[in-house]
Structures are given as C-alpha cells and as structure tokens.
Design a protein around this ligand. Structure first.
Ligand code: NCD
Length: 309
C-alpha cells in the first residue's frame, strides 16, 4: 500500500468534499482493512492522535463504528456526552470544542442536530472535523459506506440505478447519497410523498418516481429511509398508516424482483417503511452496511491521518 496517499481536503464536512479519486482511494483502503482483518490486530495510523467523538445527538451505528475504527488505528479515543456535559449549564458548542481541543484532540467526529455546525466548527479550530451527521444537511460517511456496499456487490457503479425512498426532506443520508452517487456516475431517483420532497430538488441530478411499484420496476437498488419524525413539522403527512400503505416496502415487492437489492441506513422502524418479514432475505443488505461502516471509517481516518495534529 502507498502510505503517502491523502484525501484532497484535510477534513470531511460534505460528500461534495470527495473527488472520484478520493472515493476510489477510500474503497481500495477499505478492501485492504477488510481483507486483512483479524480481531485484536491494530494499525499505527493514529498512534499519536487523540480522537474525540463529540455526539450532540443520539447515535448507535455511527458512533460505535467510528469508535471501533479509531481504536483499531491505535488512536487515543474518548466520547463527549452532550447530555451530561456543561452544555446544560449554558456553555456554547464552540466553547465546548475549544475545551476539548485544549486537551490535545486532533480529530473531532461531530454529530449535531443543527445543520451547518461541523462547517462552523471547522472554521474555528486547528483540528480536523469529520461530519457524522448534521441536522438534515449531510452524513458523508453514511454515503461512503452505502456506496462501498454497492461497489462490493456490483463492482463498477456507473449506470447502476438507485432509488431513494421515503422521507427525503429531512434526510441528511439522502442528501449525501445523492451527491456521492452522482460523483460515481450512478443514476439516482427519489420516491417520496410530495410533502417530503426537498424544496431545492434542482440542486441534484436526480429523477422523481411517483410510486413504489414503478421504483421496484426501475431500480437495481432501493435505499429506504425512515420517517424522521424528530425533525418534522406537523401537517406533512395525513397519518403514519397512510404513508405506510403507499411507501412501505413489502416482501411481495422483493419476491417480484429477486435481483433487486435493498439498503437502509438504520435505525429501521419495521412496520412503517419496511415489512418485519423482509429483514432476513438475502437481498437485504442492512447488516452488511453496518459491517462495512467500520472498515470504511478506518479507511477514511487512515487517509486523513496525514493531516491530523
Ligand atoms: C441515520 C442518521 O442518524 O443520520 N442513521 C445512521 O447514521 N446510521 C439515519 C436517520 O437519522 O434516520
């Protein structure tokens, strides 16, 4: 492996920060870490780096997989718990960052419920910010692991058809995937109730599909999203049951087209956007995405390590 390879930017705030070469380099490195993985074996890439997981919003997959990835690269890694911090005493997010930075942290992995916080913090630190999800804006490492999962399954992704289904308006996963999949030459469409479509659809090169039946017919892959009710204003949906009737993916959809693959970033609300019964079907890649997430994040951290303090 050429250890000198670096990504084009010394941080990751948006899927837009990644060139096609960056993405390919991350995939090559991800393959390396996957192929050589043995439990307990560590690499030295972050041996002299302190990594802080600063999650101001809840997370299971993203936080745990970043933690595992950083530790496998020998980082000193600690979690900042927003709920038990001095934020509750009125300390600002920026002061919190500066406090953690004063302890020698070089890499901050940030999740926040407000869009734009990682960009704001990157402008106010000498450290490196990695966006682990900000509001409804971006979640670039989720898009990377989704794209890697597709690449592992299909090989070359140019011309493959991915339909993102569900609550696009509130989804940072959808926004990062639309950008990153476009960079890779994937043909992307979205399928959603009109009230859950973003207002700025022209910002992406994506088609709109009206019904789930048409999406099943058109796509090689369905990327299904949950209703992100914590980010939703009232009045966008008549009822959850109504949404489910029209936009839920059922076992019958997957039986109709056995080669159709299904992904979901999690957490899944079974019974709303997906049938309970489909989770164990071979064309459902939800757990594979989680497995890949650790190796993709190792690759990302490794390729960014040359920039870290
Ligand atoms: C997503 C997230 O939290 O942005 N999940 C994840 O990171 N795996 C999706 C979501 O919010 O629904």
């Amino acid at each position: 492996m050429n250890e000198k390879i670096k990504l084009s930017k010394p941080y990751l705030l948006s899927a837009d920060d990644l060139t096609i070469d960056d993405i390919n380099n991350i995939f090559v490195k991800t393959h390396f870490f996957m192929d050589n993985h043995k439990t307990g074996v560590k690499y030295d890439d972050l041996k002299s780096t302190i990594v802080s997981l600063a999650f101001f919003e809840d997370s299971t997959r993203t936080k745990l997989s970043f933690e595992l990835a950083a530790k496998r690269l020998s980082a000193d890694c600690f979690s900042f718990q927003a709920k038990t911090s001095s934020l509750s005493k009125g300390e600002s997010v920026l002061d919190t960052l500066k406090t953690i930075e004063a302890m020698g942290v070089g890499i901050f992995i940030i999740r926040h419920n407000c869009s734009g916080v990682p960009v704001f913090l990157q402008g106010n630190t000498n450290g490196m910010i990695i966006n682990a999800g900000d509001g409804q804006h971006e979640h670039p490492t989720q898009a990377l692991l989704d794209a890697f999962t597709l690449h592992k399954h299909f090989g070359d992704l140019k011309g493959k058809k991915v339909c993102i289904i569900g609550d696009i308006l509130h989804s940072r996963v959808a926004r990062s995937n639309m950008t990153l999949l476009n960079t890779l030459g994937v043909d992307v469409s979205i399928c959603s109730p009109g009230t859950l479509l973003p207002y700025d659809m022209n910002a992406w090169n994506v088609g709109i599909i009206d019904t789930v039946d048409e999406a099943v017919e058109w796509a090689d892959v369905l990327l299904v999203l949950r209703l992100q009710r914590e980010r939703m204003e009232s009045g966008l949906l008549p009822s959850i049951r109504e949404f489910s009737n029209y936009y839920s993916i059922t076992i019958e959809h997957l039986r109709r087209k056995p080669e159709l693959m299904l992904m979901h970033p999690g957490p899944v609300n079974y019974g709303i956007e997906l049938d309970y019964s489909i989770s164990k079907l071979p064309n459902v890649l939800i757990e594979t995405q989680v497995t890949h997430g650790v190796f993709v994040r190792m690759a990302l951290l490794s390729l960014l390590s040359g920039y870290a303090n």
